[in-house]
Write a protein that binds this ligand. Sequence first.
Ligand code: ZN
Length: 365
Amino acid sequence: MNNCFILLAAGKGKRFNSKEKKQFINYKYKPLFMHSIEKAKKSKFFKKIILVTNKKIKIAGVNVIKGGKERADSSLKALQYLKNKNIRNVFIHDAARPNFTIKLLKKLNKYLNNNKAVVPYINTNNSTKYVFKNKIVNLKRERVFLTQTPQCFDFKTLYNLSKKNKNAVTDESALFLDNNKKVKFIKGEESNIKITKKIDINKSKIKTFYGIGFDIHKLVKNKNLYLGGVKIPFHSGLEGHSDGDVILHCIIDALLGALRKKDIGSLYPDNKNKFKNIRSSKMLKPIIFDIKNNNCYINNIDINLICERPKVSKYRNKIINSLSRLININKNIINLKGKTVEKLGLIGKESAIACETIVSISKYE
Ligand code: ZN
């Protein structure tokens, strides 16, 4: 598939009114432009991904090239860069539209088989007027097309039109229309809004979920003690099918709770030999992947480790650092408390360690 995805992120964002250019502001927990890059990668439609920007950055699997003065200049620079690279189709997208779906890419790609230009549009609900020869005239709103991006084109045709173009155009489909060339317009997505002003950022809905976890393991001789992925010198280790890491098991259960996906036992049944002696950090991995893949973000994790010894204060930083690495979250959203039980019961006699955890996860709709 000789498709290329061109992401335009060199704009000045005059209407945005912020020190940081809008394409780089944090949006839904990542830089605005990264949403488009990640979707382009995930779609697997593209042989090449090009980011046109004036910022000096490096992103794996992405060619970064310097932008021009206006949008059309940036677009032409990207096309020039592709000149001898055997590219058949280009998808041109504005970084300010982070909310398009992979489904839309699929649809555009399908229509590109029989067309040289495919462009998504939406209609407007507003009554529409047009200034024409000093007069304001009514327009039929169902005949008004608001065009969006990504727009996709046969590379050669677009490149030739762009090279010749002398007009200031705000999208590539304008070049086709100006030259009386056919554009296939398809229904776009209402949610594919353009982030133009600061107020647009708050237009997405957030849902928050909570999850709770509890776990307890017996302490046994001749086993290493693992807590939160950290090996801790102690007289015993935690019994269990895996390494017995109560903190990680507890976090897994809390995360599954917030994701509404049952519990650790249904994911890793202890009658299955393949999970025997598995490190708990390995058990955590697919869940963290799932969270990221579903556009969910962890807000915070609060942990109570219940044991007489080891002293939590001695290992707190190590454990938090390890959790931050394993879960891929900032350590300032993790809290770890140590609770003793006044030497009472099994935990008090250092025969067991227990843990409880609560997490909060948000999802952007
Ligand atoms: Zn456990």
